[in-house]
Structures are given as structure tokens and as C-alpha cells.
Write a protein that binds this ligand. Sequence first.
Ligand SMILES: CC(C)(COP(=O)(O)OP(=O)(O)OC[C@H]1O[C@@H](n2cnc3c(N)ncnc32)[C@H](O)[C@@H]1OP(=O)(O)O)[C@@H](O)C(=O)NCCC(=O)NCCS
Length: 117
Amino acid sequence: MLEQQSFYLDTDSRDLEPETRHLWLEEQSQIVAYLRVLADGPNGHCIGRVVTAPQARGKGLAALLVNHVAATTSGSLTLKAQAYLADWYVSLGYEAAGEVFNEVDGIPHIPMALKRL
Ligand SMILES: CC(C)(COP(=O)(O)OP(=O)(O)OC[C@H]1O[C@@H](n2cnc3c(N)ncnc32)[C@H](O)[C@@H]1OP(=O)(O)O)[C@@H](O)C(=O)NCCC(=O)NCCS
């Protein structure tokens, strides 16, 4: 992602898996927020690639997508948050599930998991 000064090619073989969901929001026919949901083991899911277009940030769009995943899945729901966003995910009901680590892109991340009520 150019904005994150992270230039590795973020492709894997999972985009087209039948269980994978790509969720996005549009404004005036333009995609303004996106995330990907992967199957994670027999009874869980994993959120990734959470992004909102710069001009559309701060309006709750990413929260809307993240919360939609929680509402439409059961079992474990995990993600690797950029460390500086951990508090934001906590506000959405997630908790740390491991130590901060450097992702292959060099950016600090922290494993987090949704606390289902
Ligand atoms: C993080 C991101 C997805 C948020 O998208 P968004 O649609 O603006 O999110 P929302 O409007 O739902 O929520 C904004 C929240 O993001 C948090 N946030 C965004 N940028 C932040 C920053 N630089 N530092 C701290 N918190 C930040 C704020 O805490 C804000 O919380 P608030 O609702 O309490 O004000 C967006 O800023 C983005 O695409 N960033 C670049 C890509 C990225 O870092 N993705 C995260 C991968 S884990």
C-alpha cells in the first residue's frame, strides 16, 4: 500500500477461495471502504485489508464494515491490527490476543480477537 510506505506485493491465493468474502461500501459508484474476510479453521474467520479512502475517513465506514462481519459470522473472529489502531479495535469489542510483532511489511501489528458476548 503506497500510503503505508509498504511496497511488497500483497497478493495471496486466498482472494478467490469460495469462503472468502469481499465487503465494500460505495459512494457515488466509487468504492470508499473495503475489507476481506477469510475462513480461519473450521469455526472461525479472520478480517484483513481494512481500508477507507482518505476522503471518506472519520465517518464510521470502516467500523460499519468491521461490525457487519461480527454480525454475520459466528465462532472466532480475529484480525492483525496495525498496533496504533489497537484502541480503535478495542472500542469495537476486540481484545489483544498476542504480542506486537513486525509484519512482513515492517509495520508493527498486534493479533486481536472479538470478545463475543
Ligand atoms: C484505519 C482506517 C481503516 C479507518 O477507516 P475509517 O472509515 O476512517 O474508520 P472509522 O470512521 O470507522 O473510525 C475512525 C477511527 O479510526 C481511528 N484512527 C484512524 N486513523 C488513526 C490514526 N492515525 N491514529 C489513531 N487512530 C486512528 C480513530 O481512532 C477513529 O476512531 P473514532 O471513531 O474513535 O474517532 C483508515 O484510516 C485507513 O484506511 N487507514 C489506512 C489503512 C490502514 O491503516 N488500515 C488498517 C489495517 S489494520
